[in-house]
Structure formats: structure tokens, C-alpha cells
Design a protein around this ligand. Sequence first.
Ligand code: CS2
Length: 494
Amino acid sequence: METPIQLNQANLGAIGNHIPVPKYSRDTENRGIVHIGVGGFHRAHLAYYLHQLKQSGDVSAWNIIGIGLRDADAKLYDIFKKQDHLYTLMVKHPSGKIEPEVIGSIVDFKMGTTDPEPVISQMANENTKIVSLTITEGGYNFNPTTGEFNFDNPDIQHELRHPNDPITVYGFLTAALKRRRDAGLPAFTIMSCDNIEHNGDMARKMLLAFAEEQNPDLAAWIAVEVSFPNSMVDRITPVTTPADIETLAQNFGVQDAWPVTCEPFLQWVVEDKFSNGRPAFEKVGVQFVPDVGPYEKMKLRLLNAGHSVLGLLGAIHGHPTINACVEDALFSNYLRAFLDQEATPILGDIKGIDLEDYKNSLLERFANPNIKDSVSRICSESSAKLPKFLIPTIHENLATGGSIKFATLVIAAWCYYSDKQVDLNGRPLQIIDAIHGKLHDAAKETANNPLAFIQQESLFGELAENERFATSYTSLLQELHQGAAIKKLMQGPL
Ligand code: CS2
């Protein structure tokens, strides 16, 4: 094989002989979208939709300017600089086929960590029509139990006192919106693309809570002028591995320091509430609906919760990936039983969707052997995910007398996982969670008080006080502590 070609704008002609590349011209002029949180998911989803629109020759197609608000984003900043903000999206099919394509819809990337000014002025620029977000479930800064804004966060306290020195997304949004209001410019739309039920409403509620405290006049203006469409976003996007970089270089001749891998499936359902215009995304398959609520709930309570069920049980058992989990009949039966008996009953009918088909397709997507989505990615930030994906299902089933046995074992497994931090073969687990230490301490404490873990009210609400849940949870946890194999416990409810 010849030496792989370095990915950058000048080499696109040569790379185009190997894999598809952008056909449209790329300039760094701001045309519409400023995006905060340029992770793999954004690059496989919104940036890809926009790329498709531009490939189709849509003359009004916009572009994206990426923003990094975390020190860790410096890695992407450096790589993007070298690659003229180009990256490769590698779509991995179950057959083993890989379809790589160079994506060009992101044209610039700015860091807000050392000097916030370029980011604020970018967002305040009149050409910015939409600020979109993938800041993860944890990035919204709410208390999962009360649903209220967390003013205890020291970064938030700093921003409240120093409006010109923002740190979090809230400080940047208010600084930019204030400038727009003062300059008589229209507000931008704030478009959340995170896995949170009513993600737009959540972004609105949190931003208004912050703005009320910082500048009540501005808050009143935001409440009237800014729209926050809710959306359901979907595409499984595993963490890029060194092997992916190698495959792209060896098999396709392209040197890209950070390609993104994803499954073929792609979905985006959005409310058509944009205060300052939007791209014609419907031309590339985006569904615009008046109320996205039922779609969001279906996706979070089936797909995302299903992932967590497999992830936590799989981690303890020692399965490395989601496809390894579903190749194991016990795990796939368990997942299906959870989906059918605990998640589906609370969803009710969803207009235009056949839930049986949806669940069948989930199992197929999870089984894609080429995706190798690691259980460590799925279990990462469980403290932000489970209160959205799984714990509400338990509460709702407790209220109606529904089944809770499948989900209860997952919570016991989460406690065990946080306590021991190794799988059943003694291999260390890679645990990534913003409150890792707190989870570990609470889980350890179960040796003295079996309810200690679920008494963390900010995660579980009043769950520990529910006798039906507490009894079955405590006995499962005890069995785990006594060395019972997770597979044996999984057989129980089946
Ligand atoms: C996953 C999601 O993070 C998780 O736990 O469930 O990242 C999931 O892969 C995406 O939401 C799929 O759209």
C-alpha cells in the first residue's frame, strides 16, 4: 500500500480517488450554526445531515462553527487545525463493510477556555441563526431528582458574579444573547441534540433559571425571543479506536487523526420551532413534527435504557462490547423481556410507530458485530444517564403495580460495579463518571447499610423508601456480595 494521504483541504482531490469527499466549496465565513460540544455523536449526526444537504447542491445550505468549552477539547482543536476541520465518517455495516466519507460541513473550531471573547462574538454575530448543543446529559446542570438548576456548581457561581467571564454553556449563551439584544439583533434558536426527554424544554428551563439570577431583564427577553425545539436524535457512535485510524490508513489510504465511526441507522425527529430560520433538513430525511415527546420517550426508555441494561450487566460479567452481550442468548432474552415487560407498558401507543418493529430493529442494531460499541462507553456517566433512561421507568411501574424485576437487578449491578470496580474474572473495569468517588463510597457503605447506594436521593429520589423495590434490591445485592454469578441472577426473572 502507498503512503496514506494526509487529510486536509489541499489533498481532497487526491483523497477523492479513494473515498467520497465534499463536492461543495468550503469557506470559514459563518453561515448559520454554532455548535457546542463537537464529540463523535455530533460529527455522525447533525454535521452529517448538513453535509448531505450541501452535497445535494442545496445553495442555501449553511455551515457549522464548532465550539469547545472544556480543556479536553484542545485535542480536537489541534487535529482540526491540521486537517482544515475535515474528518472521516466511517459507517460500519453488519456485513463487515465499512463506508468512509470525508465530511466538510464544520468549517472552523474555537476554544472558549482561555479567552471567551472569540466564542461570545461568534455566537453574537448576526449570521449565527442557531446554537446547537451536544453537551451530554450531565452538561445541563440540573438536580436529577428535583429537576431544578444546580446553583451550587462553582463555575456557575463564578459566571453569575462575572458575566463577561463565562465558563459553562449558560454563561456563554447569556453573554452572547445579551450582546444581540443590546445590538437590536434577533435571537438565535437554541437546539439541544442531547438524550434528554424534552431536551429543548430542559435547555430553556435551565437557561432561564440561570439568566433570572444573573440578569432578570435579559431572562425576560430570552423567554420571549429564543425558541428551543425539542428533538429526538439517534445514531450509535462508538468511541474511535487506534484500529479505526489504522483501517482508514491501510485499507482506504487516508491519514485522519480522529475519524468517527457509526452504525448505518440515522434518525432525527425535531419540532419545527426555529426563531431565526433553519436549513431545509427535511430534504435529507429529518422528520419535523409538532410534538416530539412520544418519540423521545420511546427512544430513551427503549434504546438508551436497553443499552444501560446490557452495559451494566455485561460489564460485571466481562462482556467487552454490546454486540458480545446480545450474542449471548441469556443477555438478549433478558433485554427483550425488560423492553416488553417493563419499558413498553409505560409508553402507551405512539402514533405511526410499531413498537414491535422498533424493538426488533434495536436488537439488530445492538447485534451489529462490526460496531464493537464498548460497554465502558455505555456505562460511562451512568449517574447522569440512569436517572433519565431507567429510574423513571421503575418509579412509573411501582406506581402502577407493574414489573420491576429486570430493572432492579440492573440497579443492584450498578452498585456492585461501583463498589468492586472489577468484573467477575477480577479484571479491572474502566469506570468513567463525574461523581465516580461518591458512587464508590456509597456502594462501599452497603456493607453496613444495604440501602446506602439507593439512598442517594439526587439520583434515585425516594426509591429507597419503597418497600417493594428495597426488598427485592437488597436481596439481589446480598446475593451479588455473596459471589452469585450475574448470569445466575439474570435467570431469576426470566
Ligand atoms: C448510549 C447512547 O450513551 C449511551 O449510553 O445509549 O450514546 C446511544 O448510543 C445513542 O443515544 C444512540 O442514538
